[in-house]
Structure formats: structure tokens, C-alpha cells
Ligand binder design. Sequence first.
Ligand SMILES: Nc1ncnc2c1ncn2[C@@H]1O[C@H](COP(=O)(O)OP(=O)(O)OP(=O)(O)O)[C@@H](O)[C@H]1O
Ligand SMILES: [Mg+2]
Length: 247
Amino acid sequence: MRKSFGANEVLKGIDIRFRRHETAVIIGGSGAGKTPLLRLLIGLDAPTDGHIWVDGEDIAPLDELELNRVRQTFGMVFQYAALLDSLDVFENVAFPLREHRQQLTKRQLEERVREMLATLGLGGKERHMPSELSGGQRKRVGLARALMLEPQILVYDEPTSGLDPETSRMVDDLIEETRDRFRVTSVVISHDMASCFRIAHRAYLLMDGRVVAEGTPSELADGDNAIAREFIAKSGVAPERVRRLVD
Ligand SMILES: Nc1ncnc2c1ncn2[C@@H]1O[C@H](COP(=O)(O)OP(=O)(O)OP(=O)(O)O)[C@@H](O)[C@H]1O
Ligand SMILES: [Mg+2]
């Protein structure tokens, strides 16, 4: 699959197969093309060339109406949670249901939102405003919102950036628990190598629009791909010092 913006080719032949119920982490420096790749995956952008298979369906040629259906397969957790600041926690999480599940009664909607908030340890926070929450709580509200439409695939863009180390580790736990509990496939973009080592079944190193290495984190860190070894060495994080949450 390829993607150009005008004359600028930002994805130069990508061939990735994300495995069901696993966590894939995409690493790579600024400008490598990680966010554009993620936007193609969830149907927010179309590739210039090639296919994007989601559950047996090529979404590359779909029109806007069909893409709206496909986008509901995905839950997206944005950097900094991207909550609506003028709405309280309950309304932020209820938002996707109000948009896409208009057949629900008021009571059903309330029940679903409360249940999800309780599941993510946010019971009692319904009427708090986003500004009253900690960074970790905001992430959980963002995740609750992303889970409301019961997505099969959860996509996170830099979930730990801007968080302190302890909160970052809590977010890693949350990503792994969510994958396990909701049986989702996770695709995570990250600059955080410790996070990658903790949660990734497979990692993909993206450089200048190409996947230059892929494998388990330890295969990347200690394998025979010199580019991957060097990229990981520069992060200063040693994989053997990180406690893995998977496998
Ligand atoms: N909507 C767009 N229109 C034009 N060019 C774009 C668009 N989105 C991304 N690009 C180009 O694609 C390239 C890679 O994108 P981007 O910098 O977002 O990658 P990234 O790997 O997500 O980086 P970062 O780690 O900084 O978020 C950049 O050179 C950028 O100019
Ligand atoms: Mg980006």
C-alpha cells in the first residue's frame, strides 16, 4: 500500500498483517509516517495505491457512506485523550452512543455508560469535568469512549506521551487488560520503547515511509537487523529490564 500527498510519497509500499487479538506496536521517529498509516487503517484517508483489508473487506475503494460503517469497527484513543472539555465524563462517554445508537432508550444508554465507567474504575466520576481529572483518568475516559461501540480493533496514537513514567505504566496495563477483556486487536503508535517492550506481541519499525524491521520486541532489540538494534539502543531502554505484560 502506498500513500502520497501531492508529490510527497509518505508511505512507500507498506505490507503489514495485524494479527487478531494481538497488540502491534508501530515505532519510528518523527515524520516516519506513523500517523498517516493509522489514518489509512481506520478509513480516515484513502491510500494512493493498494489495498487495506479489514476483516476480509478491502476498504480502499469504499465511498464515504460505506467508510462510516467501517470506521465503527475501530475505536480510536487519541493522544491527550481528546475529550470534549465542555462536556462531563458521562456525556463524553455517551457521545458515540448518541451519534450511532439512537435506537437505545435513555435508560439503556445510561446503563451502558455507567457500566463502562465502572469497568474502567471511573465509577462516581460521571459528573466530573475533564479538567478535574488526572492524566491517567482522562486516558481512561478516552478509552471508555472508544469502547462504547464495541470495536474489534482499538487504535492508539501515542497513548503514553505526555504522561509521567508511573502513569505510562498504568496505561500499558490498561491497554493489555482491555485487549484481554474485550477481545480486541490493538494497534499502538508509540515513541515509548519501554511501553513497546511491555505490551507488543509484534513491533514494526517505520522509517521514511517503509517498514524496515518487524518482529517481537526482543527480536528487534537483539536480532540481526542493525537498523532496529541501533534505533532501540538509542532509546536507552534495555528490553531485559522491562517486565513484559504479554506471553
Ligand atoms: N494530511 C497531510 N497532508 C500533507 N502531508 C501530510 C499529511 N499528513 C502527513 N503528511 C506528511 O507525511 C509525513 C509523515 O507524517 P507525520 O510527520 O505525521 O509522521 P509521524 O511518524 O506520525 O510523525 P510524529 O512522530 O511526529 O507524529 C510528513 O512529512 C508530513 O508532512
Ligand atoms: Mg504522528
